[in-house]
Structures are given as structure tokens and as C-alpha cells.
Design a protein around this ligand. Sequence first.
Ligand code: AMP
Length: 422
Amino acid sequence: MRIVLLGAPGSGKGTQAKLLVEKYGVPQISTGDLLRAAVREETPHGIKARQAMEAGELVTDDIVLGIIEERLKEPDAFRGFILDGFPRNIPQAEALDNMLNTIYQPLEKTILIDVDFDDLMRRLTGRRTCADCGQMYNVYTSAPILAEVCDKCGGKLIQRADDNKETISHRLKVYTSQTEPLTSYYKQQTKNVAIEGTGEVEEIFARITTVLDPLVEVIEPESVKEENKEKAVAKKKAAVKKKVATRKKTANKKKVAMKKKPVVKKKAAAVKKKVATKKKVAAKKKVATKKKVAAKKKVATKKKVAAKKKVATKKKAAVKKKVATKKKATVKKKAATKKKVAAKKKVATKKKAAVKKKVATKKKVAAKKKVATKKKAAVKKKVATRKKVAVKKKAATKKKVAKKKKVATKKKTAARKKARRR
Ligand code: AMP
């Protein structure tokens, strides 16, 4: 299957492409997604494309064609592909045709998803995507159960950078001037089918698959195709035979009736009555059947609604549980972190206290030492002073004794002298 999904931004190409991938098993190739990935990874293509994308302009053809050519060469695209957002202008469409024709794998169909312009604005401004699993929502038409939380995985819902009012209106203008002419281009190739793009996602999907299912049948093995052909021919032949036989019978009946005209009149009245009765019965039956169908439909609708409600409730519960589990985990983590921090603080406080104690002890020891040293010095000084005083006293005593001795000696000498003179 080699198809292109055409449609304005917001027409639901991405949503439908994802469903088609599930049904037909061929990859969705979205140039928008490929370019966004290139921008995120800051590849040379991404760096060049960023500015145009942010402004809602088309990225240059050489970049887009390079990306597409590479992607189509990947093995998963050999069985077919669903192009989404490519081509966006006539030169891109011509380049794609050339690419595919050289490998004898031309496009089979292009599907235009038709949506009113007023609707597009609402769809684009309300568009949200899950940052984790890529699930798409719309806050106006298919809102998630919990605001900004993915029903599927509990991930955070984000809005695309280019889904703001100014960029959107520019993108729609670019679509009208450059992309819309592709519809005529593919109409000329008798490949384009337009489908109504409003209603439930499933309804739109059914419209698209009605167009695409026959393409899948073409892939049937040759033997099955031949068998089916023979069956179809036999069916046609039988139908023709039946028709001819019926015609013959009617003609014969008419002939007989013409022969028995008077009887026929009576018979005709009886037939009329019979027919009228039959019609009445049929009408009654029809009404009854309609009523039955309507009742069945009502019950089925009720069941569907109840089932949907149940699913929604379950989903809500699951999402709530998930969110609660996440919260719990976060709270646990926070508590653990707090404990760790408190433990670290305690250790740090202990260390500080130990260091303080050590410093205080050192100071005390130093002070004691100082006091002891001072005391020692004072004692030494005292001893020295005492010694000095003692020495002085001794010297004074000695002096005194010497003086006394001298005086005594002098006295003795004077007395001796006196005695001698006598
Ligand atoms: P989309 O997700 O398809 O709406 O694309 C988002 C943006 O990517 C567009 O507004 C363009 O800037 C750029 N882009 C996507 N596909 C193409 C393309 N085939 N040609 C040029 N630019 C494209």
C-alpha cells in the first residue's frame, strides 16, 4: 500500500495515519515528525529547518526531499507506506513521483481529509500530545480524563510550539496557497479521493478504509485472484440465465391471460386484493421491524454508552492510581532525601562539636601551660630575689662584723698603745 494523506494542518492526518498503521501494517512517514526530531537532535537539517518551522513556513524542498529519500530506503517501507504531511507543494509531488516511478512503485491513492476552516482553528489550538507516548488529544473534542495528563501512560501533555494562534493562521494560509493545488494534481492522475473529515474518529477511519481495503485485496496471490474471477463470471452467467427464465415465464403467463380474458378480470381483482393485503402485511411488518431495529439500536446505544462510561471510569481510576503511585513515590523520595540531609547535618554537627572540643581542650592545655610557666617563672624570680636578699644580708652582716672587728681591733690597738705609753 503506497498512499498519501492530504489535508490542512489539524485535519486529523496524524490520528488517522496511526490507526491505518495498526490495520495495514505499513509505516507512517510524517515529515513533520521527522523534522521535529531533527530539530530536537540539532542535526544539520534540524538546525536549518528550525526557523521556518517556528514561523509556520515550509522548510526548503532540498531538506525535505533528502529526509524523505533516506526514509523510503529503510526496509520497513518496502511493503508500502502512509505519507503524512508530504508532499506539501507541486515540486515535492513531482519529485516523489520521479522517485517512485524509477523503482516501479507508483503511488496508489491519495486521500484528502476534508475539514471546514473554522473547525481547523479550534482543533489546532486545542491540540495536545503526550510527551512520553505520543498519544494525541484535543481539549475541545477528545479531552483527557485528567487535565494535562495522558489517559494511556500518565505522561505530561504538551502543546506543539507551532500550535499558537499567529503561527496557525499563517500555516493555514501556506496550506491554501501551496498544498491545496495538490488535490487537482492527483485528481488528474485519478488517484485522489476526498472524504468528509468531521465526526467521530472511528467514523472517519471507516470512510478511509472503505477506500483503501480494495488496495489490500490486490495483494492477494494470483491463484486466489483467478479463482475469484472464475466465481464472479459463473455468478454473472447464473444471474443472466435466471433473468432470461423469469422473462420467459412472465411472457407465457401474459399469453395465457390474454386467452382467458373474462376470467382474468376476476382473477385480476383477486390478485389486486391479495397484493393489497400483502402490501398491508408487509408495511405492518416493516413498521414492526423498524420498531424492533430502533429498540435494538436504543439498547445497543445504551449498552455502548454504559460500556464507554465503564471504560472511562476504569481509565480514570487507573490514571488516578498511577498519579497517586507517582505522588507516593515522589513523597517517599522526598522523605528519604530529607532523612539523608538530616543525617548528613547530624554528622556535620557532631564533627563540628568534636573539632570545637578539641580546639577548646588545646586552648585549655595551652592556658594551663602558660599559667604553669608563669608560676615557674615567678617562683624562680622569688627564689632569685630571696637569694639576692640573703646574699646582700650576708654581705651586710659580714660588713658589720668586719666593721665591728675593725672597731674592736682599733680599740684594742688604741688601748695597747695607751698601755705602752704608760
Ligand atoms: P506538520 O507536523 O506536518 O504540521 O509539520 C510541521 C511543520 O514542519 C510545518 O509547518 C513545516 O514547517 C514543516 N514541514 C513538514 N512537512 C513539510 C514538507 N513536506 N515540506 C516543507 N515543510 C514541511
